[in-house]
Design a binder for this molecule. Structure first.
Ligand code: SF4
Length: 182
């Protein structure tokens, strides 16, 4: 399989299996798909840095919602804007855990997640985590627009954080299934 890109997040996906090669059915290019993966990995890194949601500012929730919304199917194919979003996510992580990125003995706990690990995972884990990921991307689209109208649900925000963390961590089919059924 040509692995220049891999995306199977929408119903248009090539051959009902996944868009690969230089671009997807929707016109998304391989470099954009890669940046969307990097942004998702950075969001998981941000979720990893949140030990207690009480420490989270309004700005953190805004960035999580905006970052997830950015990665939906065809919301943004603007590479510069996605790069900019990645930098915003990393800056927010640095604000939450100052000094972590300069640590001389990095433990990796707040590292960005490499999405290739997900695409290469056991098929049940890959399926369940993808379901969770695509689900929270869709939820973020609604949350983003609700926020514009000054509506926000703390429970939904916490779920974004929990789901992102578990996509980067959870390896049990049963626990992934439980999260899917929430
Ligand atoms: S979002 Fe685009 S690249 Fe991804 S599966 Fe759908 S058509 Fe393919």
């Amino acid at each position: 399989m040509d692995k220049k890109m891999f995306c199977f997040q929408c119903e248009q996906t090539a051959g009902c299996t996944g868009c690969t090669g230089n671009s997807g059915v929707c016109g998304k290019k391989a470099d954009t798909a890669e940046l969307q993966d990097k942004l998702t990995g950075a969001l998981i890194g941000l979720a990893r840095s949140i030990d207690d949601t009480a420490m989270v500012s309004e700005n953190t929730w805004q960035i999580i919602i905006e970052g997830l919304f950015t990665t939906i199917t065809n919301v943004s194919f603007d590479n510069a804007a996605i790069e900019n979003m990645i930098q915003k996510v990393r800056a927010e992580k640095d604000a939450l855990v100052p000094g972590c990125s300069q640590c001389q003995s990095p433990c990796g706990r707040t590292d960005d997640y490499d999405m290739q690990q997900l695409w290469d995972a056991d098929e049940d884990i890959r399926s369940l985590k993808s379901l969770i990921l695509f689900g929270i991307r869709g939820m973020a689209a609604y949350a983003y627009h609700a926020k514009v109208l000054n509506y926000e649900d703390p429970e939904v925000n916490h779920f974004f954080c929990e789901a992102l963390f578990k996509i980067g961590y959870e390896e049990s089919v049963e626990r992934c299934f439980l999260l899917c059924s929430k």
